[in-house]
Design a protein around this ligand. Structure first.
Ligand code: COA
Length: 163
C-alpha cells in the first residue's frame, strides 16, 4: 500500500502532496488531457481551491508528470478526480500509484467508499473497482457533473471501490 505521506517511490518517480509551486504544471497537464477529451478542463482557480486534495507524481528532477485529487463528496464518499499522467510516463505504474495514494488519503479521513467517473474502465477494474449505476449516487454529489456540458448526456462510466 502506498502512503500519501511517503516521499520516495519506485520506478524513478516519487509521489507527494501537491504544493503551490505545482499548480501551473497540474493546470497544464489536466488541460492537455482535456484538449484530447480524456477529461474535463479545470481552471487554475479550481485547482488552487482544491490544492490540499491533490497528489502529484514527480520525476527525479521534481518535475510534475502526474496528478490526481481525492475530493470529499460526503462523510462516506470520496471521488478520484483530475487523474492524469504525462504521455511519456504512461504505462509505468504512475497512474496506479496515484490511485493508491488517493485511496489511502480517503481511508485516512475515515471515508469508506471511493468513486470515479471515467472512460478508462479497464484501468480501474484492474485496481479493484466495480462498475456502478450512475443513478446509485445522488446527482448533487457529482460536483464534476454540474460543470460539465454533457451533464445529462454523460458517456463516462461510474466505478466504486470499498476501502
Ligand atoms: C489513465 C491514466 C491516468 C493511467 O496512467 P498510467 O500511469 O499509464 O497508469 P499505469 O501505468 O499505472 O497503468 C496503465 C496500464 O499500464 C500497465 N502498466 C503498469 N505498469 C506497467 C509497466 N511497468 N510496463 C507496462 N505496462 C504497465 C497497467 O497494467 C495498465 O494497464 P491497463 O490500462 O490495461 O489497466 C493515463 O493513461 C492518463 O493520464 N490518461 C489520460 C487521462 C485519463 O484518462 N484520466 C482518467 C480519468 S478518471
Amino acid at each position: 500500500m502506498i502512503s500519501p505521506e511517503a516521499e520516495g517511490g519506485s520506478g524513478g518517480f516519487t509521489l507527494r502532496r501537491a504544493r503551490s509551486q505545482d499548480v501551473d504544471a497540474i493546470f497544464a497537464l489536466v488541460n492537455l488531457m482535456a484538449a484530447g477529451e480524456l477529461m474535463l478542463p479545470r481552471s487554475k482557480y479550481r485547482i488552487v481551491s482544491a490544492l490540499a486534495s491533490y497528489f502529484v507524481a514527480v520525476d527525479p528532477q521534481d518535475q510534475v508528470m502526474g496528478c490526481g485529487s481525492c475530493a470529499v463528496l460526503w462523510t462516506d464518499l470520496a471521488e478520484i478526480c483530475a487523474l492524469a499522467v504525462r504521455h511519456d510516463w504512461q504505462r509505468k505504474g504512475v497512474g496506479s500509484a496515484l490511485v493508491g495514494a488517493l485511496m489511502e488519503e480517503a481511508r485516512r479521513m475515515g471515508i469508506p467508499r471511493i468513486i470515479t467517473l471515467t472512460y478508462r474502465i479497464d484501468f480501474f477494474v484492474r485496481l479493484g473497482f466495480s462498475i456502478e449505476d450512475k443513478d446509485a449516487f445522488p446527482r448533487k454529489l457529482w460536483r464534476e457533473c454540474l460543470e460539465c456540458p454533457k451533464l445529462e448526456q454523460c458517456d463516462e462510466t461510474a466505478l466504486y471501490k470499498d476501502l
